[in-house]
Write a protein that binds this ligand. Structure first.
Ligand code: PMP
Length: 429
């Protein structure tokens, strides 16, 4: 069946193909499986890698001269800042450790900018008649939810293999002073796995912006999350912005969510000296200090386990086979079908699956009815609207390998069924 391109078939062949796929779908559904590929959560096996955190820091709660049990050290323990700073390309004095997750820091950076303005703003963003952010698509739904929550207009920008389409970005940012921000996941992006090229990062740092207080929300969530032995490095955004005369342009975010515990890690904000001073000032109204006991746990864990890189190798050993299995299964079932294509990420947590226009919602619905839960179609776009109804995000990290394999087979059959339905409709039309 899949040895021929479905899109070039005549009506009779298409009917036969549809009938065949329908039977396969039925058989899959009758297995009454309960599978879930929705969210990019680490699996229990991955979380087990850091179970030592549950008994750390042990009886000794001192970090040098700092009693981690007490108030203070708003910026976070210097030892952990020193361990994490190189990953994000800044010096430890330009890192702030926040709550347990970076999403909270991104949310707060938007709120502080709205209510107080950034160091380069003439007035708080909320006093502007209109605020817009550029949103590379497909992208991360929670970025879009923050914008939606605060009435920030979202302008989609297409993703290319090299990152966001820079011709579009440069034209918009140069001409519209109400564009104040842009979401960027520069490495192993959610959901495409895209790595921003050197040229893309240089252009983002250099481009003239009509808004003096334009900010890149540089969410480097997957900085060390390699799926292959090729440890890809990207151009340092902080240095590039400084070199091009825009030292405050990047707000950098990251966390240990998918290094240690997704629910009990450490979030991080980094940037220029002025941005860090600005963030600390806002933050000092909100808290007297972060969870230094958890920060100390992390310091000790990294010190005794060969550091972050060694830990990430062990994550890769668990994760990579799951990704390989999905890719192999898609290739086997959809490879020559002409009705789907997908990304082959070298890191991160997702595969982006593209189906025939107008089929993504149908695939998700068919999968659900057959026992495979997928991220809702459209979640990869602002306001949940993928105008072409084409993108599906696949998150293979959480289920165990046999379930990942079954789920990928199920998804492939749903893609074929939705496609043959669509092609038959267009023949009829
Ligand atoms: N950014 C991106 C791009 C993500 O994919 C995720 C997790 N799915 C997050 C941020 C959330 O990170 P954290 O746990 O640090 O809030």
């Amino acid at each position: 069946l899949t040895s021929l391109d479905l899109t070039s078939r005549g009506i009779a062949e298409l009917r036969a193909a549809h009938e065949d796929v329908r039977r396969r779908y039925q058989a899959f559904a009758e297995r009454k499986l309960k599978l879930n590929l929705t969210r990019g959560k680490p699996s229990s096996k991955q979380l087990d890698l850091c179970n030592e955190l549950l008994s750390l820091p042990g009886g000794d709660y001192m970090a040098g001269a700092v009693d981690t049990r007490n108030y203070g050290e708003l910026q976070g323990l210097p030892e952990l800042r020193a361990q994490l700073a190189p990953i994000f390309g800044v010096s430890p004095d330009r890192v702030i450790l926040g709550d347990n997750a970076s999403l909270a820091l991104m949310h707060d950076a938007v709120v502080y900018s709205m209510l107080k303005g950034t160091v380069d703003s003439d007035k708080p963003w909320s006093r502007e008649s209109r605020i817009a952010f550029l949103c590379p698509v497909p992208g991360y739904d929670r970025h879009f939810s923050i914008c939606a929550q605060f009435g920030i207009e979202m302008i989609p920008v297409p993703m290319l293999d090299t990152g966001p389409d820079m011709a579009v970005v440069e034209q918009l940012v140069a001409s519209d002073p109400q564009i104040k921000g842009m979401w960027c996941v520069p490495k192993y992006s959610n959901p495409c796995g895209t790595v921003y090229s050197h040229e893309t990062i240089e252009r983002l740092a250099k481009m003239p912006a009509a808004a003096r207080d334009f900010r890149l929300f540089w969410d480097n969530a997957y900085a060390v999350h390699h799926l292959t032995h090729e440890h890809i490095e990207i151009t340092n955004i902080d240095e590039a912005c400084a070199r091009h005369g825009h030292p405050n342009r990047a707000f950098i975010f990251g966390s240990t969510s998918k290094v240690t515990f997704a629910g009990a890690g450490v979030g991080l904000f980094a940037g220029s000296k002025d941005n860090v001073a600005w963030y600390l000032k806002q933050m000092s109204m909100r808290t007297i200090g972060g969870d230094k006991v958890n920060q100390l746990r992390h310091v000790r864990l990294f010190n005794t386990n060969g550091g972050v890189a060694a830990l990430m190798d062990r994550h890769r050993e668990i994760l990579a086979p799951k990704f390989e299995q999905v890719l192999k299964t898609f290739e086997q079932h959809l490879g020559d079908s002409g009705v789907a294509r997908w990304t082959r990420p070298k890191g991160g947590y997702f595969i982006s699956l593209e189906v025939l226009d107008g089929c993504a919602k149908r695939v998700v619905q068919l999968a659900k009815e057959a026992g495979v839960e997928l991220t809702p179609a459209g979640a990869t776009h602002p306001l949940g609207k993928d105008a072409q109804d084409r993108f599906i995000r696949i998150a293979p990290s959480f289920p165990e390998l046999p379930e990942v394999t079954q789920a990928a087979e199920g998804v492939a059959v749903c893609v074929l069924l939705a496609a043959t339905e669509k092609l038959l409709q267009s023949h009829a039309g």
